[in-house]
Design a protein around this ligand. Structure first.
Ligand SMILES: CC(C)(COP(=O)(O)OP(=O)(O)OC[C@H]1O[C@@H](n2cnc3c(N)ncnc32)[C@H](O)[C@@H]1OP(=O)(O)O)[C@@H](O)C(=O)NCCC(=O)NCCS
Length: 134
């Protein structure tokens, strides 16, 4: 997972405490794609919660990455499909994806191929919560 997070652009990866926290959280799910030898080649994490104005559950793709040598082989699409199946089971009313990296034409093509459309809504971060990450 640390290696995959590095490929996503987070050289520090994660730490064991956060992995335990995430894995044991009832409203966060992680799916890992493996190669024929069961080595991880991609992962997706998503979280979901009830939202008043939607009168139901909203879900967010938090992290999605496929290791470079396995890209363009359908792994990313399969991971999104897995999430869509979970969304059905959980009666999710809206699935969102906020790209943590600057969107490139390639990632935009991927999102579109997987059924996402870009909406005109700004995402803002409060600078005080960014302490230590700048
Ligand atoms: C974005 C990413 C997850 C896509 O995963 P992937 O396994 O390579 O994607 P898939 O093979 O399932 O592609 C599905 C479709 O998306 C589109 N697509 C994917 N990569 C593309 C690229 N580089 N250029 C153009 N279209 C692309 C294509 O339509 C593709 O279907 P096709 O191969 O039949 O033409 C992967 O490139 C990645 O990990 N990138 C770095 C991290 C990142 O940007 N993560 C997303 C931020 S949340």
């Amino acid at each position: 997972m640390a290696l995959l997070l590095r490929e996503l652009g987070y050289p520090q990866g994660t730490d064991q405490q956060t992995v335990h926290w995430v894995v044991s959280h009832p409203e966060i799910e992680i799916f890992v794609a493996g190669d024929p030898q069961d080595r991880p080649v991609g992962m997706i994490s998503f979280s979901h919660r009830p939202q008043l104005r939607l009168r139901g559950r909203v879900a967010t793709v938090d992290e999605l990455v496929v290791t470079e040598t396995w890209r363009r082989r359908g792994v990313g699409r399969a991971l999104i499909k897995q999430i869509l199946e979970r969304c059905k089971v959980l009666s999710v009313k809206q699935l969102q994806l906020v790209s943590p990296m600057a969107s490139t034409p390639e990632t935009r093509s991927f999102y579109a191929a997987c059924g996402f459309s870009e909406i005109d809504s700004g995402v803002f971060r409060h600078l005080e919560t960014e302490e230590g990450r700048r």
